[in-house]
Design a protein around this ligand. Structure first.
Ligand SMILES: NC(=O)c1ccc[n+]([C@@H]2O[C@H](COP(=O)([O-])OP(=O)(O)OC[C@H]3O[C@@H](n4cnc5c(N)ncnc54)[C@H](OP(=O)(O)O)[C@@H]3O)[C@@H](O)[C@H]2O)c1
Length: 276
């Protein structure tokens, strides 16, 4: 399968790297294009055999499956410029959560799907969140699923759940990193441990924790129970966390849902403005 990537910023570059390093696709079957060419040339220097093209149109001409990896506000002008350039046998993949699959189908006259990646896919792990369009064939679904399975665990997600799922799978690494850094700061500001030592211990702990969960040694619940001895030190720490954070995540998900609704309204306005 020939893969095209339009937009080689954070996520487009991550996807290209994951596809190549997981051996899902050979570089010679990948064509990339970015508005600022230098970003695409960085990938070319890393993976010599991929092609850097100069226009989105050219990418469409050389690809069976095209990942569109631009930001939501860059999406509609790009798609407008590609009207009439798609072939019905092609598959277009958007990685942008507030643009619904229904809207994609109205904008792009070929088979479509939405795939939300996560920064953890860079280590060929974690989930990708997949929503198929109504016109995509079973063969193309299987091909896409197999492609994503090389570097992630694809999970089918519907339109209602996409924000919460993206919060957990894609924003989750940032949320957890924030909490880990708070934990380090707390240790450094109240005990004699140094920043460097606290950072090293925390980084090694989270990496080991990931491995324990990945190999199925424990579930999250079992793991917490295993470490928490009643009346012991961990239990005291958990009590503090319970008191201080009892509704932190309810608030977080309420706020991200609100922001998502705002983003969706903006997308709907842009979509209707273009009378798609
Ligand atoms: N960041 C995450 O963890 C994450 C996770 C899941 C999904 N997403 C979604 O991924 C999408 C991209 O995010 P990102 O973080 O990768 O953004 P980014 O780093 O800004 O990348 C967007 C790239 O698209 C290029 N571009 C814009 N318009 C273009 C056009 N008409 N033709 C070709 N290239 C064009 C930009 O080029 P220039 O260099 O000229 O600006 C830029 O390199 C967003 O919709 C985001 O919601 C992000």
């Amino acid at each position: 399968m020939r893969i095209g990537v339009i937009g080689t910023g954070n996520m487009g570059s991550l996807l290209v790297g994951a596809l190549i390093r997981s051996r899902a696709v050979k570089p010679k079957f990948i064509s990339v294009m970015n508005r600022t060419k230098e970003k695409a040339l960085i990938l070319k220097r890393k993976y010599h055999h991929l092609s850097v093209l100069t226009s989105p149109n050219e990418v469409l001409q050389h690809s069976d499956l095209v990942f569109i990896c631009v930001k939501p506000d860059q999406f509609f002008p790009l798609l407008d410029s590609l009207r009439g350039a798609w072939h019905p046998s092609q598959v277009a993949i958007s990685i942008t959560s507030p643009i619904s699959v229904r809207q994609l189908e109205q904008l792009i006259p070929c088979q479509v799907a939405r795939v939300i990646p996560s920064i953890v896919n860079q280590s060929l792990a974690g989930s990708t969140l997949v929503t198929f369009g109504t016109e995509i064939t079973d063969i193309q679904k299987s091909k896409l699923w197999a492609l994503l399975s090389h570097f992630s665990h694809p999970i089918e997600i519907d339109e209602e759940t996409i924000r919460a799922a993206s919060d957990l799978a894609s924003c989750g690494p940032a949320f957890l990193t924030f909490l880990l850094r708070k934990m380090i700061d707390g240790a450094v500001s109240t005990t004699p441990i140094t920043q460097a030592q606290a950072t090293q211990l925390t980084t090694e702990m989270i990496s080991g924790l990931g491995k324990l969960l990945a190999d199925g040694t424990y579930t999250l619940g079992e793991l917490q129970k295993k470490v928490t001895v009643k009346g012991g030190i961990t239990g005291i720490g958990i009590e503090v966390l319970e008191q201080e954070n009892h509704d932190t995540f309810q608030k977080l998900f309420t706020e991200t849902q609100k922001k998502f609704e705002e983003d969706r309204k903006q997308i709907d306005t842009a979509f209707n403005h273009g009378e798609h």
